[in-house]
Ligand binder design. Structure first.
Ligand SMILES: *Cc1c(COP(=O)(O)O)cnc(C)c1O
Length: 454
């Protein structure tokens, strides 16, 4: 299994040929093969057992049955949830990271990989305006990043508090990401949900909530969202930073989806205040065009994070005795980690940051054009003006079942993957843009299809 024999040679040829063809898809089609587990079972039957099989046979089953049963999130027609659009450069380098078994645990083991990853983290910290000492690591996703950051926020509150065993709370807006709810449950903290005007958490609303609260000393942190996932709304970061500092609260900014807008000059001002974050999350596997799974986690004071997350074991003493080295493993709840920031580093170096800014701006521009197109059609109504790259709108007269039928038909016809969402209790249509190759003509086609009954 580990030597280069004729079977290995066969796999190198056929698997790499498959990967090459996938890389050359331009654009990537949607795909949506069978999702029937019984059908998938039949296709896979007999493959997984004590005896091995010819690699081309296994690859053939993958290519003919499994791959088409995965909707391509990197297709320009994928407009549901949050799409993906990894650059070809990042995808290629991801293969290299795999083939070379590049890990990024400790400086002792992986100085080269970590140094490059840290340059990317520094670039993001600079764009946010975080101080020179800021730092962190790449983790698997925004969920892992939020969990790791809020664990540090809780510890900071504990160390400041005279009261032992207190149940801590975190101030969130009603549109904070679902992973935050999970994180708080895991950390045995409670959300203090502050009502928002138009789904945007503001400093004034939080200040009023703290003033009205019976137990403000149990609040550990304020969590802002820089680009809500449902609607792309950036909270009032400057106002929230003010309130957080006035009450000595941890200020966490979840920019998993929208953080990439820091690189887009047309919206950069909306992020003012982010430079005061104690922790900040941005998912390159979303809008910074990196492959799954890659989230950047930054702390204003990484030393504090290290004191929370660093693992203590006799066999690990050596990685901590090297006083100069940066150990990414110390800045989140993980130990072993893939050097998942390297594909982003490679792609940024190849294309330059300016190309990233242009690609991010193109999705914002597409959202603006889409909003104008919706406003011009009598049967459609914009729910709100898009701030980033998500557009919410309603088809006048439609019921939830109509939106579901619209989404199903779009996928069946391989036009697009789009899903409705909920807004103030109402089912509405949602288009999330991210891929720089999504054309306005596709948007028009989708909107045209809503003119007739679903
Ligand atoms: C996507 C998202 C998350 C979760 O990130 P994963 O990478 O899916 O774990 C958290 N917060 C926001 C705002 C997001 O958009």
């Amino acid at each position: 299994m580990h030597s280069v024999d004729p079977t290995t040679e066969m796999m190198i040829r056929s698997v790499l040929a498959y990967a090459e063809n996938r890389l050359r898809l331009d654009p990537v089609p949607l795909d949506s093969g069978s999702r029937d587990p019984a059908e998938l079972d039949v296709a896979l039957s007999g493959l997984l057992g004590d005896e091995g099989h010819n690699p081309d046979q296994v690859l053939g089953v993958y290519a003919s049955t499994l791959a088409p049963a995965v909707i391509s999130a990197d297709s320009p027609r994928f407009l549901g949830f949050i799409p993906a659009a990894p650059t070809k450069a990042a995808l290629l380098f991801d293969m290299l990271v795999s083939c070379a078994s590049i890990q990024g645990i400790s400086w002792l083991e992986a100085a080269g990989a970590i140094h490059a990853e840290n340059q990317v983290l520094r670039l993001l910290a600079d764009r946010a305006g975080l101080p020179d000492e800021a730092g962190g690591c790449f983790v698997s996703g925004g969920s892992a990043a939020n969990l790791s950051a809020l664990a540090v926020a809780r510890e900071a509150a504990k160390r400041r508090s005279a009261t032992l065993g207190r149940r801590w709370r975190v101030i969130v807006g009603s549109d904070a990401h679902s992973s935050v709810g999970n994180t708080l449950r895991l950390l045995e903290m409670d959300p203090l949900v502050v009502p928002t005007a138009d789904h945007r958490l503001t400093g004034d609303a939080v200040a009023a909530a703290i003033a009205a609260d019976g137990e403000p000393e149990s609040v550990a942190a304020v969590l802002a969202t820089a680009g809500t996932t449902n609607a792309g709304i950036i909270d009032d970061l400057a106002g929230l930073a003010d309130v957080a500092s006035r009450h000595a609260l941890w200020f966490h900014v979840d920019g998993a989806y929208g953080g990439a807008g820091l690189l887009a000059p047309s919206v950069r001002a909306a992020y003012d205040g982010i430079e005061r974050a104690d922790s900040f999350v941005i998912d390159p596997h979303k809008w910074l065009f990196a492959p799954f799974d890659c989230a950047a986690l930054l702390y204003r004071d990484p030393e504090l994070a290290r004191s929370v997350h660093s693992q203590d074991a006799g066999y690990l003493d050596v990685i901590h005795s090297e006083s100069t080295g940066w150990n990414p493993t110390d800045y989140a709840y993980h130990l072993t980690r893939r050097a998942r920031g390297l594909p982003l580093w490679f792609s940024l170096c190849v294309h330059g940051v300016r190309a990233y800014s242009a690609a991010i701006e193109s999705a914002i521009d597409l959202a603006r054009q889409t909003a104008a197109e919706i406003s011009a059609r009598g049967y459609l109504e914009l729910v709100r003006d898009p701030q980033l790259s998500v557009v919410l709108f309603r088809r006048i007269g439609w019921q939830p079942a109509d939106y579901a039928a619209w989404a199903d038909a779009l996928l069946d016809d391989q036009v697009a993957f789009a899903q409705p969402t909920r807004w103030d209790g109402e089912t509405v249509a949602r288009l999330a843009f991210l891929h720089p190759q999504t054309p306005m003509s596709l948007v028009r086609q989708i909107l045209d299809r809503m003119a007739r009954p679903a």
